[in-house]
Design a binder for this molecule. Structure first.
Ligand SMILES: C[S@@+](CC[C@H](N)C(=O)[O-])C[C@H]1O[C@@H](n2cnc3c(N)ncnc32)[C@H](O)[C@@H]1O
Length: 295
């Protein structure tokens, strides 16, 4: 096989223009990420670096660019997304982790500054496991249970846990919080040991709003990870109704919410014996996480 020695920018410039012409603002970065994927490289590729690339690899790169042109997000083409301090593998059953959700990880760290503390954590609706696994990364003595109704997403959490060497501190629980007595089933699985911390980023988009989301979201994120029912709050009702049965009385609950949902979610929480301790904003200034304690 013959290899070409070429400057990265010379190779990607026509592809950058293709992506820019259809309004993709991150065209240069996207091209370099897709080139890294083509060449199986983990390290960053820079514009003015020389690389060796074969004809077949150039074809593969152009095919990935074509997928991007058709509207597929880079994370879905390469099935990877960086979150907090790690790179998470994705599949079509997992939400593509959002950087706004890092607000939740930050909030836990603020409340639990001792990184050597043993914390028993439950991640309700775990997706890729980005929240719970990031906490296992921060708290090296802690354990997390990953709870999701999607078996296929749990397989992805398991793969990520394995990649990060966290398998021994992880449990994977295939349950549905719409099923009556899900709390009892969960506690049976945990030998009645309650959690210090519950975290959740549940689906919170009102069903009718899903069709108005950007194509990259509505087409590639799983419906079940987005759909919060008629008013977007169904998952909060199901989860909050059981939290006092699964979280220790001195435990804390960290919940991600959608824009403008804080008042309604607080009302549901109070009805179920939870008290809002603090509201945290994300980098755009939107209230993104509520921290609850048990009354
Ligand atoms: C918004 S995604 C969050 C995923 C991940 N925690 C994150 O922050 O990227 C919500 C997750 O809840 C799960 N889920 C939806 N309905 C559920 C239910 N009834 N019971 C358990 N998990 C559910 C979905 O499969 C999805 O993984």
């Amino acid at each position: 096989m013959t290899y070409k020695n070429i400057d990265v920018y010379t190779l990607i410039k026509p592809e950058i223009l293709k992506l820019r012409n259809i309004g993709i603002e991150t065209a240069n970065l996207d091209c370099r990420l897709l080139l890294s994927e083509t060449l199986d490289r983990y390290e960053a590729i820079y514009n003015h670096q020389n690389i060796y690339i074969s004809e077949n690899e150039i074809k593969k790169f152009q095919n990935l660019i074509q997928q991007r042109v058709s509207g597929k997000p880079v994370s879905r083409i390469i099935n990877k997304r960086s979150f907090w301090k790690k790179e998470f593998d994705l599949n079509d059953a997992t939400l593509d982790p959002r950087s706004d959700s890092e607000t939740l990880v930050e909030s836990v760290i603020e409340y639990y500054p001792n990184k050597l503390e043993f914390l028993k954590i439950i991640d309700l609706g775990s997706g890729t496991g980005c929240l719970g696994l990031s906490l296992l990364d921060e708290y090296s003595c802690s354990e997390a249970s990953f709870f999701d109704t999607s078996q296929k997403s749990l397989e992805m959490v398991k793969k990520n846990a394995q990649n990060f060497d966290f398998l021994e501190r992880s449990k994977f629980i295939n349950l549905d919080w719409n099923v009556r007595d899900w709390d009892k089933k969960l506690m049976k699985f945990e030998n009645n040991m309650k959690y210090d911390i519950a975290i959740s980023n549940p689906p919170y988009i009102p069903t009718n709003d899903i069709k108005t989301l950007r194509k990259e979201v509505k087409k590639y994120d799983p419906f079940i990870a987005l759909n919060g029912g008629k008013d977007g709050l169904d998952s909060y009702r199901s989860i909050f109704s059981k939290l006092t049965n699964i979280v220790k009385s001195d435990g804390k609950i960290f919940i991600e919410i959608g824009k403008g949902q804080e008042n309604n979610i607080t009302k549901i929480a109070i009805k179920h014996g939870l008290f809002p301790k603090e509201y945290k904003k994300d980098l755009s200034g939107v209230t993104r996480v509520i921290i609850f304690v048990i009354k």
